[in-house]
Design a protein around this ligand. Sequence first.
Ligand code: NAD
Ligand code: UGA
Length: 456
Amino acid sequence: MNRIACIGAGYVGGPTMAVIADRCPQYTVTVVDVNADRIAAWNSDRLPIYEPGLEEVVFRRRNRNLFYSTDIPAAVRDADVIFVSVNTPTKTFGAGAGQAADLQYIEKTARSIIEYADSDKIIVEKSTLPVRTAQAMSRILHSNTRGLKFQIISNPEFLAEGTAIADLQNPDRVLIGGMDDTPAGQAAIETVIAIYANWVPRDRIITTNLWSSELTKLVSNALLAQRVSSVNSISALCEKTEADIDEVTRAAGRDSRIGAKFLKAGIGFGGSCFKKDILNLAYLCGYYGLPEVAEYWTQVVRINDYQARRFVGNMLSAMFNTVAGKRIAIFGFAFKADTGDTRESPAIAVCRQLLEERAELAIHDPRALGNARLDLESETGVIDYCEDPYAAAASAHAIAVLTDWMSFRELDYRRIFESMQKPAFIFDGRNLLDSAEMYEIGFNVYPIGRKALTHF
Ligand code: NAD
Ligand code: UGA
């Protein structure tokens, strides 16, 4: 049981398997994908995704016990355990469009497994899936005509981008869901536990039934996103009442029952998963006849959209109700710091709305300029993509900070202020900069959920 394959070499499959190979030198790990360019990048000096610490781990194990390949038949045939880490985006067509998870890639994977397998295998759901997907997966796999037996395990991934390697090396918990009502089911659970037990303390490996495990992943993301939307909704009230959102969350978060983490107000959550997973959760609730529960969770996404709109509304009203023809420097386009990923980044919505208002954008991001270009390629209007933040800010009327890159704190804002049109504005969508210091320099400063500091 020491040959592992992973189908899907994306943000999850690539790093997760690299860490397994690193921590379990006795296993051979092969990551396969239908996307040949992606596999070529995994085999090159320039990996397809940026994560701090990822290169080190991949370069240490690659072509020793870690392989990236397009040979799906061989990987399936040779593996004892197959992780499935393909994408499960929101469905864009047909029943459940805009809400339900699109399971076509999962189904195709299951069909490839039965096409190429010639022995019994353990299949591990690593992708985030609607609760009870394992049942459908089992039916497809057992439709094989060769009498092959498959055990299905749910092992959702909780890594966050930007800290993926640290999260994988030192997880809060590893969740393994399975059916222990047969010896084969029990053995499958033990096999997956044995992989993680190479580096994760046993008390952090949690086992549950399959359905609890599948649902826990959706619920974990929903609870995290709900915290962000809760805080963002209160940031709007703070702006009306001169309460300060950072003071409120600092004080509230000191209650150990509430906890201090994940209470940072901003322009809203982005990333490939929060929105899709909440919409999927809401869809499932509707599907099971629970419309009130669906409505409750949908509101988390609505507040998130509202927060980005509210931010642009604040910009407009501060800048005399027009940004038409005004250059606006966008500091940060990635959905969070330390990643080049822009999927569902709130910066996309903010930039689109500013372009609709005919602002001219000068976008700077340390890692995400390439993705920003792709995200905005169908937009009309003036967009300047700037490697240099000082060039982005030159002759701009305003700076909008949309990503919490620490490097933005290190810039010379006196120099930036001198190069800008006056009055010069900073809209700090991440409460990243020292407002008092920016005000002192001469900026009119608009943080989130805190009093604006203006010179007029
Ligand atoms: P991704 O789009 O980066 O990667 C998925 C890969 O699967 C792609 O490279 C695609 O080519 C490949 N693929 C699709 N169908 C295939 C098939 N039939 N055969 C072989 N390869 C196939 O997606 P991701 O971000 O890695 O997410 C994967 C899953 O993990 C999703 O369900 C997601 O919700 C979940 N997840 C993501 C994160 C994250 O931070 N991105 C964190 C936790 C969980
Ligand atoms: C999130 C979860 O944290 C992971 O546990 C999960 O595995 C992953 O989704 C997934 O399923 O894809 P990720 O989206 O990579 O990870 O990043 P987060 O750190 O959770 O940030 C998500 C968004 O929320 C970012 O846009 C971030 O700026 C925003 N956020 C986060 C806030 O606005 N305030 C906060 O206090 C925290």
